[in-house]
Design a binder for this molecule. Structure first.
Ligand SMILES: O=C(O)CCC(=O)C(=O)O
Ligand SMILES: [Fe+2]
Length: 634
């Protein structure tokens, strides 16, 4: 891809490169990312000994918190999946669910750690209390947790489907039974997605759900509204339903998962909104599973559209809310006769709400009134201008293009003689470099293995106060990997990586205080992103004498099926995540002041997930290597 005209990144054409057909129904629903080899197993949680250990480790931070402490030793159900993949196709699949002992139950109080109260965000960038945000499972942000939820949901489904009470009542058709109705509705919703999932089950199903924002959204919504609210509340009122309640509770408790809450649903709604807004996608396309150029078989129903419309009205995003309302109205045609009256009432009331909010009297003038009003959301999504860069909407002049180059560097240091650096200059002033194939598969596997069990919600340190906040500006999981373990033993693989980065940049990285620990981040498919920002802190003295960040090395540990570019709006470049490559840029001018041109962000992931790591190099231990200049432009 290097050489010739600068390849203009366009997230919308990304799918073709990743092996997806542009359209049609016969695509294999398993993202290529999960094809072949180990990756297919890397997010499962419930299958074998080793994974159980990972889950246990991962839950350490829950366990250590007295508020959410629970018994993590009772993984008494087994879930075994055998899959053989050849040339990207599943040749054999064999699932087995066995529930051996399900003693632990969540008591009523711990059913929902976060309270069952509705917590609507008042703004997109709601500041959230640290403790709560750190321990929340983050089903919409953390695709690993979401995959576990998908597995548990399948187990719940299997048990509910087999429930004798349900079957016997099916015969007597007690239509006035609200529990029975909710149950039926829930099972129908689940089965609706089974079609889009080509009937896959178990692990394949779970990973397919979590790579697809629409399926993840639907799953979270279905469980929050269908299970947590409807089934658990309505069915519990009648003793005859204890088997149903039991089937649900035991599946969750045996897997040590808490029920997703309204907060998770709001995260999911925001994720869909972000993808839609950032990439300019239409509600009518999303409704039929069309995500940009990618056609998935998922379809959204009237409830999904109404949920989105109402949420968007909350955000004062009327143009988008209008799109979803129109989609909902169109979906009325698919609603079965018996439910039509109620559905029409719900659509009408959402329309009334929109008309009141935008102070109009008739539906038929809404389109005209809102036309051209892009202002909505722009105030909320401060990165509006930056999203154009995420979409690849920028130009590069011929002169600038001519200044770019790539080459194999064997001369930077004797170390690179045999295995040359693959260098690409992405921008000349200020310089942004990309080094291809910098990380070996072993190094990436090592980082991944060390980081995954430690992931918790990524925070942001705002320069006004040096404490971590959890906000929707940054929706990823993250952790820091130290070069030394708790016994002060050096990690040989990280050491070698640091050494290579020293040889690459010429800066000290290994010496204490010369760089931050390695930060590993993972963005999920529901629009996981990092809002535009500067890596320079502007508060160098407060960084305990380390000085500000003089260089950033940002490493891609995965490819991303669509979206997730690292975009620099002021520089007009967006770097496509390419597994094993690393980008290098310099957040400061040579006079020590932040170079605001280096503003950058992680564009929302559209499909798949993004694993990356960054190494921030600090000034004070490197000041002799950092040539000062009084020139504010240098
Ligand atoms: O995810 C990205 O592409 C950028 C992340 C970033 O800028 C950061 O972690 O500081
Ligand atoms: Fe950054």
């Amino acid at each position: 891809q290097c050489g010739g005209r600068y390849p203009k990144p366009n997230p919308r054409t990304n799918y073709e490169d990743s092996g997806y057909p542009k359209s049609g129904n016969n695509w294999n629903p398993i993202p290529p990312e999960f094809y072949e080899g180990e990756d297919i197993f890397d997010i499962h949680g419930l299958f074998n000994e080793e994974d159980l250990n990972i889950i246990n480790d991962e839950d350490d931070h829950y366990r250590n918190d007295p508020e959410t402490r629970r018994n993590t030793n009772d993984y008494e159900h087994g879930y075994r999946v055998k899959i053989e993949v050849e040339n990207g196709q599943i040749t054999e699949q064999d699932n087995e669910v066995s529930v051996r002992k399900l003693e632990t139950q969540l008591d009523e109080d711990s059913r929902d750690d976060y309270g069952s109260e509705l917590q609507e965000p008042t703004s997109l960038y709601d500041f959230r209390e640290d403790a709560e945000e750190r321990i929340r499972p983050h089903y919409a942000l953390d695709h690993r947790k979401a995959a576990k939820l998908a597995l548990v949901e399948e187990m719940v489904y299997i048990k509910l489907k087999a429930n004798s009470l349900f079957n016997s009542r099916d015969k007597i058709s007690s239509f006035d039974d609200r529990c029975y109705k909710s149950l039926k509705q829930y099972l129908k919703e689940f089965e609706h997605d089974t079609k889009a999932l080509n009937g896959t089950t178990g692990y394949i199903r779970a990973t397919t759900v979590t790579a697809n924002p629409l399926l993840t959204f639907r799953m979270i919504k279905r469980i929050v509204l269908g299970v947590t609210s409807s089934l658990m509340e309505i069915c519990a009122q009648d003793g005859r339903n204890s088997e149903i309640i039991e089937a649900i509770k035991s599946s969750f408790s045996a897997s040590n998962l808490t029920f997703p809450t309204r907060l998770d649903l709001n995260d999911a709604l925001l994720g869909i909104t972000r993808i839609q807004f950032a990439y300019g996608l239409n509600a009518s396309d999303l409704c039929i599973g069309k995500i940009g150029d990618l056609h998935t078989n998922v379809t959204l129903n009237i409830d999904d559209s109404l949920e989105l419309a109402n949420y968007l009205m909350e955000l004062k995003a009327y143009v988008l809310a209008y799109q979803w309302l129109t989609a909902a109205a169109r979906s009325l045609n698919d609603v079965p006769k018996g439910d039509k009256k109620l559905a029409t009432e719900r659509v009408d009331s959402a329309w009334e709400r929109l008309l009141t909010l935008i102070k109009l009297k008739q539906r038929n003038i809404v389109d005209q009134a809102l036309r051209g009003k892009r202002q909505e959301l722009i105030d909320e999504f401060s990165s509006y201008a930056g999203y154009a860069t995420c979409r690849g909407e920028f130009d590069i002049s011929d002169k600038e293009q001519a200044a770019l180059f790539c080459f194999l560097n064997t001369k930077a240091h004797p170390y690179w003689t045999i295995n040359p650096l693959k260098v690409e200059l992405k921008k000349s002033n200020p310089p942004v470099w990309q080094f291809h194939d910098f990380l070996s598969d072993d190094t990436m596997a090592h980082i991944k293995k060390a980081a995954i069990p430690k992931f918790s919600r990524a925070g942001v340190i705002h320069d006004s106060k040096l404490r971590t906040e959890y906000t929707d500006e940054r929706t990823s999981m993250s952790t820091w990997l130290s070069d030394y373990d708790s016994n002060n033993v050096r990690d040989p693989i990280l050491f070698k990586l640091n050494k290579r980065m020293e040889l690459l940049t010429g800066f000290a990285i290994i010496k204490p205080q010369s760089s931050h620990a390695l930060q590993v981040v993972e963005y999920g498919s529901l629009g996981g992103h990092y809002e535009f920002h500067w890596d320079a802190t502007e508060k160098p003295t407060e960084w305990s004498g380390t000085g500000d960040r003089i260089a950033t090395l940002f490493m891609f540990l995965s490819d991303v099926l669509a979206g997730g570019y690292t975009a620099f709006p002021y520089l007009g470049i967006a770097v496509r995540p390419e597994k094993g490559s690393v980008i290098l840029w310099f957040p400061l001018h040579l006079n020590g002041k932040p170079d605001f041109r280096t503003m950058h962000g992680g564009c929302p992931v559209i499909f798949g997930t993004k694993l990356a790591a960054n190494k921030l190099i600090l000034h004070n231990e490197n000041f002799l290597k950092y040539k000062c200049s009084l020139n504010p432009n240098a």
